[in-house]
Ligand binder design. Structure first.
Ligand code: BGC
Length: 816
């Protein structure tokens, strides 16, 4: 039986592999052209295809391969991903991928991908380093905003559609980071120790879906998996990726993630990025006989295969010319709106009515400075900005809006009375016409003196060069820290400058040594200012905001966090005094609405005290328009949470050092398959907001749930009706319960199907969702294969993973 299954599985894989490989080939291409090319290549030419190099044209992207011009193999440019195309030039800054996942819409994911592909082509790029599909396992994860949530089924549906979208524009997509890159702290050292079943059921399904969708390349992650670097992991890169899934594309390393040459190449890592740190020595290995040239050829063939598939080896390929990217993006706007999650809406406080807009207080820095996206390699300079306050005024000309910052990130210029910097300059304030000349360097050395004793935030605002604040580290209390860890935060100042923060303790009237440096870039004038936030300043800002809220009918408070590549958040609390600010506003005005610009779960100690909570994520370049549109009710939010929001970090599955951040270099995935909502359900922990949760300005009911065998699985049918008074969208979700008895521990409910629907007021629709047998299967460690768990399984239909409205039993024959 097992043998038969294996044979049919192999046949299936073969067919899948053939379809994958043959379908996208250009008619004139194919293996023979590639073989002919390889036969003509010298060994150095072959090796130049296997590692990155410097781009002589320097288009600003992350990676470059020179190609072999004499044989018509063009250069290949690789660019980040995943929230738009990052070359340093403005491009469409899309909402963060977590917002895309919140849409629960493969159709929008395809458009997201098309936009990235279109922009990539316009910027003369070839390979997009996106999407990222690592599962959100750790709520504090720094890159949670960049990925597609905690559920493998949702992530699979979104990733596949996005890849189709990117590749439809003639560029190669790269699914990353393969695999188990689920935390940023220690990402370059940690070994993710994860059992076979958990790996297949949780992390790997998204990657498998990417391969099935025809992704051209895969990026190996920084971390180790079960003790072996991902970039030299034969189990992952050959056995699973190629032998099990039939992948025919190429694998590249994450940037600097290789630790060897021959072992990495042999294990299935074709391309070392961004340079040949290890792979430039492969020639010696071939010469000494330590590496067979066939292995080199195999890798070159895999890369050329994808280039050929895209038509890039075609002599008739038209030259790439830089094209213009449209200034605004309806797709970015649609996704920001569709991905917005209405977490709470007591007494229909939203949308804002004419009365609210006639006396509205808007509070918080991100209402005035749009937080477009998270930090790190996903950060894209937007085509344009805008802010919510202006957008509200544009949409409702009669609105009377009082704005108060509430939490000030800019501070005030350090006054001449506080600064003694031994030059003609009394203050450091070189902006606009006073900017430093291109190429100039300046150093100010002297002292700073505070009028009162306490901790001061020093802020260096700058653009067009590099600046630093150097404090005498021997002096008491001096040091770096604060928001952004001393680096620039994600929000620009009111003048549009970068803003980096350094903390210093000053004793009243006691001069403290300080040096400020500025180095202007070659071609640009440099703007630089030294500002500070003295003790008591933020409290005064809170009081101003409270006064504005008290005078208003309704208060809308914006709060944010800064998700960053390279480090996890220290906690899931909002940074700075934001919790205190929100609590104070809520105490002053019962009609308080919180708008969140964050990329990952946060705890909300004030959740019960506010009337409404609108989760906007990092909403991309059209975020101001999208947010205002939703607040005034010109559209209704319909997104659903792709991650659980716990009440507190102690509730999370990873709140044990062995699991996260790991002990002695090992992160043990002993929670097993109980990741995300599966954990909270298993341990009966009430989350703050569950996976799949999201309200609307209208209401929906579900009825007539049934399920019947159909084709390779089962069809689930039900009726959904919009019972409210306005158009809106909803995402009914189908979950599958465990089999009884279960052959292995199973989730109380696992997402198996969903559909996003837009319905007019009063409209109803009958929906059919097809579940294939994977929905009823678990990964068997005995057969190393997906196996149906038969018996009576319960199907749940819900508006979230916890708001289950209907259920029906379903008898599944074993071994189907
Ligand atoms: C990130 C990747 C990114 C690469 C190139 C790495 O640090 O982990 O996601 O694609 O840099 O910028």
């Amino acid at each position: 039986m097992a043998h038969m299954r294996l044979i049919s599985l192999c046949a299936l894989l073969l067919i899948a592999a053939m379809t994958l490989h043959s379908a996208p080939q250009t008619p004139a291409g194919g293996t023979s052209r590639i073989d002919r090319l390889i036969a003509q290549m010298t060994l150095p030419e072959k090796l130049s295809m296997l590692h990155g190099a410097r781009d002589p044209e320097n288009l600003g992207q992350a990676g470059y391969l020179p190609g072999v011009p004499r044989l018509g193999i063009p250069p290949m440019r690789l660019t980040d991903g995943p929230a738009g195309v990052r070359t340093g030039k403005p491009a469409t800054a899309l909402p963060a991928p977590v917002a895309l996942a919140s849409t629960f819409s493969p159709a929008l994911a395809e458009q997201y991908g098309q936009t990235i592909g279109r922009d990539g082509a316009a910027l003369r790029q070839d390979v997009i380093l996106a999407p990222m599909v690592n599962i959100v396992r750790v709520p504090q994860g720094g890159r949670n905003f960049e990925t597609l949530g905690e559920d493998p089924f949702l992530a699979s549906r979104i990733v596949a559609a996005e890849i189709k979208g990117i590749q439809s524009q003639g560029l190669i997509a790269t699914v990353k980071h393969f695999a188990e890159n689920n935390q940023e702290n220690a990402r370059q050292q940690v070994s993710a120790d994860v059992d076979e079943r958990t790996m297949h059921e949780i992390e790997l399904q998204g990657f498998e879906a990417a391969v099935k969708a025809g992704v051209g390349s895969v990026m190996a992650s920084y971390n180790k998996v079960n003790g072996t670097w991902a970039s030299e992991n034969t189990e992952l890169q050959t056995k699973i990726l190629r032998d099990q899934w039939g992948f025919t594309g190429f694998v590249m390393s994450d940037w600097g993630a290789t630790h060897s040459g021959v072992p990495a190449l042999t294990s299935g890592l074709e391309l070392e990025m961004p340079s040949g740190a290890n792979y430039s020595a492969l020639g010696d290995a071939v010469a000494s006989g330590a590496l067979k040239e066939e292995i080199v050829d195999r890798a070159v063939r895999r890369i050329l295969g994808q280039m050929d598939r895209m038509g890039w080896l075609d002599p008739a390929r038209p030259a790439r010319v830089a094209a213009t990217i449209p200034a605004t993006s309806p797709v970015a706007r649609d996704i920001a709106i569709a991905g917005a999650v209405l977490l709470k809406n007591r007494d229909h406080v939203l949308p804002l009515a004419a009365d609210d807009l006639a006396h509205l207080a808007v509070i918080g820095p991100t209402a005035k400075a749009l937080l477009v996206g998270g930090g790190g390699s996903a950060r894209v300079p937007p085509m344009h900005l805008g802010n919510v306050v202006d957008e509200l005024r544009r949409r409702r000309a009669n609105a009377s809006i009082a704005y108060a910052v509430g939490y000030d990130l800019d501070g005030d210029l350090v006054p001449a009375t506080a600064l003694s910097i031994g030059s003609d300059d009394k203050v450091i304030d070189f902006t606009g016409a006073n900017a430093l000349a291109p190429g100039a360097t300046r150093t100010w050395t002297g002292t700073i003196t505070g009028p009162v004793t306490g901790n001061y935030e020093l802020h260096l605002h700058s653009a067009g060069g590099r600046g630093s604040i150097v404090l005498d580290t021997a002096a008491p209390g001096a040091g770096r820290g604060g928001r952004g860890g001393g680096g620039a935060g994600l929000l620009p100042t009111a003048l549009g400058l970068g803003n980096s923060t350094t903390m210093v303790h000053l004793d009243a009237g006691v001069p403290h040594p300080i040096t400020v440096t500025a180095t202007a870039s070659a071609g640009t004038p440099m703007q630089i200012r030294l500002a500070w936030i003295p003790p008591g300043w933020q409290d005064a800002k809170i009081q101003e905001a409270v006064a504005a809220a008290r005078a208003a009918r309704t208060a809308v408070v914006f709060a944010y966090d800064e998700g960053q590549e390279g480090r996890d958040r220290a906690s899931i609390s909002l940074p700075g005094p934001q919790d205190a600010l929100i609590a104070a506003i809520a105490a002053a005005n019962p009609r308080t609405v919180v708008v969140l610009n964050n990329g990952a779960p946060i705890q909300m100690p004030w959740a019960d005290r506010v009337a409404g909570i609108l989760q906007m994520w990092y909403p991309g370049q059209e975020g101001a328009d999208a947010t205002a549109t939703l607040l005034v009710g010109d559209a209704s939010p319909g997104g659903k949470l792709p991650v659980t929001f716990p009440r507190q970090i102690d509730d999370a599955p990873t709140n044990v050092p062995e699991r996260y951040p790991g002990v002695n270099g090992h992160g043990t995935y002993s929670e097993g398959i109980f990741v995300g909502y599966r954990w909270y359900d298993q341990h009966a922990i009430e989350p703050l907001f569950p996976f799949g949760h999201g309200l609307s300005y209208t209401d929906f009911t579900y009825s007539n749930l049934s399920a019947a065998k159909s084709g390779d699985g089962y069809d689930v049918r039900f009726t959904i009706k919009n019972t409210g008074a306005r158009r809106g969208s909803d995402v009914p979700q189908v979950y599958v319960g465990p089999s009884d008895p279960a052959p292995a521990p199973m989730a109380a409910r696992a997402l198996a199907g969903f559909e996003r629907l837009d319905l007019d007021a009063g409209q109803s629709r009958t929906v059919t969702i097809h579940l294939d047998m994977r929905a009823f299967s678990y990964w068997s460690v005995a057969t190393h294969a997906w196996t149906v768990a038969g018996g009576t399984r319960t199907l749940y239909l819900g508006s979230s993973s916890r708001d289950i409205r209907l259920q029906t039993p379903l008898r599944i024959p074993s071994g189907e």
